[in-house]
Design a protein around this ligand. Structure first.
Ligand code: HEC
Length: 155
């Protein structure tokens, strides 16, 4: 009887450890990137080039970029454009793609107090909702698609 109890406990512990290992592997791994001169991330996060059409959708999607909450962009079919951040209508002419990548990946590196979210960073804040813990707002390919779209904004 006692032996059964002990071995049941042992099996329970093995299962618990295995489940923890599975849970840990669910946590997202960030693609490594280099910040150059504190202003740019010159290398793309993915091997596939960004698709500007998809990037435009990422910018509009309220659960993804939601850029229009704070920025004016040349997206006339959306009625509301916020003005908390600068107008992005010509942003592709003002920055190169590496500078834009840094601004999308983690604008806090340039301005720790910015209201702009870091779209490719795992937040270490304790107040992040459970759903978002250990997750980036955008996937690497979504970041590259978005950048391809921003580069078309030359006005
Ligand atoms: C909550 C508001 C907010 C959201 C959402 C937001 N931004 Fe921003 N963004 C800002 C602010 C404010 C600035 C001004 C710079 C600063 O605060 O450091 C800025 C600056 C920028 C800049 C630099 C512009 C310049 O002229 O210097 C780019 C590029 C940019 N944002 C892109 C984006 C994109 C792309 C998205 C969507 C994926 C986005 N932002 C979402 C608030 C926001």
């Amino acid at each position: 009887m006692k032996r059964t109890f002990v071995s049941t406990m042992a099996i329970g512990i093995v299962i618990a450890v295995a489940l923890l290992a599975v849970k840990a592997s669910w946590a997202q791994e960030l693609v490594a990137y280099n910040v150059v001169d504190e202003i740019s991330i010159p290398d793309p996060l993915t091997a596939d080039p960004g698709d500007p059409e998809k990037g435009r959708e990422v910018a509009v999607d309220r659960k993804k970029g939601n850029c229009l909450a704070c920025h004016i962009m040349p997206i006339p079919e959306q009625s509301f454009h916020g003005e908390i951040g600068p107008d992005l209508s010509d942003v592709g002419g003002r920055y190169d793609i590496g500078e834009l990548r840094l601004r999308v990946v983690n604008p806090k590196l340039l301005n720790p107090d910015t209201m702009m979210p870091a779209f490719y960073r795992i937040d270490d804040f304790h107040r992040v909702g459970k759903k978002f813990q250990g997750k980036t707002i955008l996937q690497p390919q979504e970041v590259e698609d978005l950048l391809a779209y921003l580069m078309t904004l030359q006005q």
